[in-house]
Design a protein around this ligand. Structure first.
Ligand code: KIV
Length: 262
C-alpha cells in the first residue's frame, strides 16, 4: 500500500486528518505545509469556471489543473476527483482512472457513491488504484441539497453505503453534509477514516473548499468558516494599482529592470 495512504488510515482514532482543495500550484504549495490531503475537486467547475454545478468539468480539464497542483505538492496525499460521467461503467471507470493516475501522478482518485457503483470501486482497488469514496450530499448525483441522515432509516442507509465502500476497498470516505448523529455512528462503525464537510466534529478529519474558507468564492454556507477575506484584500490591491497607474505613481525608477538606460 502507498505509504502516504497507510499514514492517513493510521491517523484514525489518533489525530485529525486535515484536508483542503487546490486547483493550482501556488495554492497547493502553501497548503502542503499544513494539510495531510490535497484534493483537486470537481468543485473546480463552479468555484473557478463559474458553472452552475460540478457537472461540466472534463477529464482533460481536471488533469490540467492536477498537473499544476502536483508541482506544489511535496508531502501531502494527492487526490484527484473523477468528473461526472467518467466512471459510468466498469470499463470507462478503469480507463479514465488509469489516465488520471498516469498523467497526474496522483496518489488516489475520488468517486462519488451513487449506491450502485461499489463493484466499480472494488475493481479499481483490485487494479491498484486507491479510491476515496464520497457519501451524503453527492453533487454529481443529487440535484437537491439537503442534510443527510436525519432519520433512523436514512442513517441506516448511509451506514450500509459506508460499509459497502469500506468492503470495496476505499481507503477513506468524504462525508458531505451528514447530520452529526450519522457522522458519529458511521465514524465509529467503520475502520477507514471519514473526512467531513458540513458534517460536524465527529468525523476523523475535515475538508473545505479552499476558495470558500479564504473568502474568495462568494459561497459561504454556515459550515464554512471564513479564515480570510481575500476578495477584500485583492480588491484593495487592485484599486491601489489602478490609482497608481492613473496618477503615474507606477512604475517608478525602482521598477525598471537593471541596466535600463533613459
Ligand atoms: O469537489 C470538491 O471540492 C469536493 C469537496 C467538497 C470534498 O468534493
Amino acid at each position: 500500500m502507498n505509504k502516504k495512504i497507510k499514514k492517513i488510515i493510521q491517523k484514525k482514532n489518533k489525530s485529525k486528518i486535515i484536508s483542503l482543495t487546490a486547483y493550482s500550484k501556488n495554492i497547493a504549495k502553501i497548503l502542503d505545509k499544513y494539510v495531510d490531503i490535497i484534493l483537486v475537486g470537481d468543485s473546480l467547475a463552479n468555484v473557478l469556471y463559474g458553472h452552475k454545478n460540478t457537472h461540466e468539468i472534463s477529464l482533460e480539464n481536471i488533469i490540467q489543473h492536477s498537473l499544476s497542483v502536483k508541482k506544489g505538492i511535496n508531502k501531502s496525499l494527492f487526490v484527484v476527483d473523477m468528473p461526472k460521467g467518467t466512471y459510468k461503467n466498469m470499463k470507462s471507470a478503469l480507463k479514465n482512472a488509469k489516465i488520471i493516475m498516469k498523467k497526474t501522478r496522483c496518489d488516489a482518485v475520488k468517486l462519488e457513491s451513487n449506491r450502485r457503483n461499489f463493484k466499480i470501486i472494488e475493481k479499481l482497488v483490485k487494479k491498484k488504484i486507491p479510491v476515496m469514496g464520497h457519501i451524503g450530499y453527492t453533487p454529481q448525483f443529487k440535484k437537491k441539497f439537503k442534510i443527510e441522515g436525519q432519520t433512523r432509516l436514512e442513517i441506516d442507509m448511509l451506514m450500509k453505503e459506508a460499509k459497502l465502500l469500506e468492503k470495496a476497498g476505499a481507503f477513506s470516505i468524504v462525508c458531505e453534509c451528514l447530520s452529526p448523529k450519522a457522522a458519529q455512528i458511521i465514524t465509529k462503525k467503520i475502520s477507514i477514516p471519514t473526512i467531513g464537510i458540513g458534517s460536524s466534529l465527529y468525523c476523523d478529519g475535515q475538508i473545505l473548499v479552499t476558495d470558500d474558507m479564504l473568502g474568495l468564492s462568494g459561497f459561504y454556507p454556515k459550515f464554512v468558516k471564513k479564515y480570510a477575506n481575500l476578495n477584500r484584500t485583492i480588491e484593495k490591491a487592485v484599486k491601489e494599482y489602478s490609482r497608481d497607474v492613473k496618477l503615474k505613481k507606477f512604475p517608478t525608477k525602482n521598477n525598471f529592470l537593471n541596466g535600463t538606460k533613459f
